[in-house]
Ligand binder design. Structure first.
Ligand code: S3P
Length: 437
């Protein structure tokens, strides 16, 4: 499938975006090992979270789905999961793979975690190292990449671990394993990362302490079922925000978006570039801060993107590259080397795509310098990466000519209904299933 993007005029609108991917994964996993029934609303029915749903069902958890975005999870308690009859297929999802590795390390049975071609190339040494220190046994078939064989029946011990990279997935894998460990598990991270795991554990009655940057929990704590209202995903809203910013004279409102400060770096970065973005009706949805986001079309200026904001905006750099390409002057990104091990090498994929559309990009080892200009037409590759596909489609919507983005099926992993949402604000991005040419 490819996108055919026709330059179009974005107009004022109110645009609803689907539920948060990170929180939806966690609701399924934590709800499954809680005691009692957890009700989830606003769930992201995207392929990544559906892979986690299938995995939890394979582990014997009764999860009803009264509608696409609602889940009713009959928690089985910490030790109630059942040995799976087959390998757990986590599709394209790094979050599912890494968090499940932590969860499976504490079980009495063994399991195999596998994924698609993209996930099978992603580094798992980052979780294998700390989990092994805790007493887990995880074998990778190929040089630290999936499939992973996780041995069951091993008693884990709490450790202290200083994370070498800023990664909420690694942090969460350790905390999940820590629930099954003797004693206390603690960690530090080199930069603050999304804290959805800590917040949700807290709302399920688990004491997670964060003191002077040290996050810790005692093993053996039971989780109590709870109600989870999943906010709209800021990472998906980012595409709508940029479309509104790049329009002429549009005002777009996106209701009830998660604006957890460990996730909201994209707003700070865009505001530093001159974006008119206002958060209205701030409130708490359970443990998570949400707000309605109001965006007015703005002239963006380049500059140096604050490296301190990188871990707070880690998934938004593809869309920020498009913002930089549409801004006036030069924008410098550094400290984003982690982008090279996402669903694709996002620095390389975006640099290639933007260049094909006529933008000057100097790629560096851990970043890029982008010179603002006018997007031209052309055919670009997503490299099978949902965020690259959506970012380049957005560039196409303000290009001087038609843009084709190839290989876009992965958009359904995080933002089902992307084209419809874009269309509701006037952007003409059409999914086309036939073969090109
Ligand atoms: C996520 C953490 C981030 C992010 C990913 C979701 C999570 O990955 O890129 O999309 O839900 O914990 P890293 O932990 O690899 O930075």
């Amino acid at each position: 499938m490819h996108f055919e993007v026709t330059p179009s005029r974005v107009h004022s609108a109110s645009v609803v975006v689907p539920g948060d991917k990170s929180i939806s994964h966690r609701a399924l996993m934590l709800g499954s090992i809680a005691e009692g029934r957890s009700e989830v609303s606003g769930f992201l029915a995207g392929e990544d979270c559906l892979a986690t749903l299938a995995a939890m069902r394979e582990l014997g958890v009764d999860i009803q789905q009264p509608s696409a975005t609602e889940m009713s999870i009959e928690g089985v308690g910490l030790y109630g999961l059942k040995a799976p009859a087959r390998d757990l297929d986590l599709g394209n999802s790094g979050t599912a793979m890494r968090l499940m590795a932590g969860l499976m390390s504490g079980q009495r049975f063994s399991s195999v975690l596998k994924g698609d071609a993209s996930l099978s190339g992603r580094p798992m040494g980052r979780i294998i190292t700390p989990l092994t220190k805790m007493g887990a046994a995880i074998e990778s078939e190929c040089d630290g990449t999936p499939p992973l064989q996780v041995s069951g029946g091993l008693q884990l011990s709490g450790i202290h671990y200083d994370l070498p990279m800023a990664s909420a997935q690694v942090k969460s894998a350790i905390l999940l394993a820590g629930l099954y460990a003797d004693g206390t598990t603690s960690l530090t991270e080199p930069a603050i990362t999304r804290d959805h795991t800590e917040r949700m554990l807290g709302s399920m009655g688990v004491a997670v302490a964060t003191v002077s940057g040290r996050i810790s929990l005692a093993g053996g704590q039971k989780l109590q079922a709870c109600t989870v209202k999943v906010p709209a995903d800021l990472s998906s809203a980012a595409f709508v925000i940029l479309a509104a910013l790049l329009a002429e004279n549009a005002e777009v409102c996106i209701p009830s978006v998660g604006v957890n400060p460990t996730r909201s770096g994209v707003i700070d970065i865009l505001q530093s570039m001159g974006a008119d973005i206002v958060l209205e009706n701030p409130q708490l949805l359970g443990e998570e801060p949400v707000a309605d986001i109001r965006v007015r079309s703005s002239r963006l200026n380049g500059g140096i993107v604050d490296p301190n904001l990188v871990s707070l905006a880690i998934d938004e750099f593809p869309v920020l590259f498009v913002a930089a390409a549409a801004a006036s002057g030069r924008t410098e990104f550094s400290g984003i080397g982690e982008l090279r091990v996402k669903e694709s090498d996002r620095i390389a994929a975006m640099s290639e795509g933007l260049r094909l559309l006529g933008i000057t990009v100097d790629e560096t080892a851990d970043g890029a310098v982008i010179y603002g200009g006018q997007f031209g037409g052309g055919t670009v590759q997503s490299h099978g990466d949902h965020r690259i596909a959506m970012s380049l489609a957005l560039a196409g919507s303000v290009a001087s000519d038609r843009v084709i983005v190839e290989d876009v099926a992965a958009v359904d992993t995080s933002f089902p209904g992307f084209c419809e949402s874009m269309y509701s604000m006037g952007a003409d991005i059409r999914p086309v299933s036939e073969k090109l040419g």
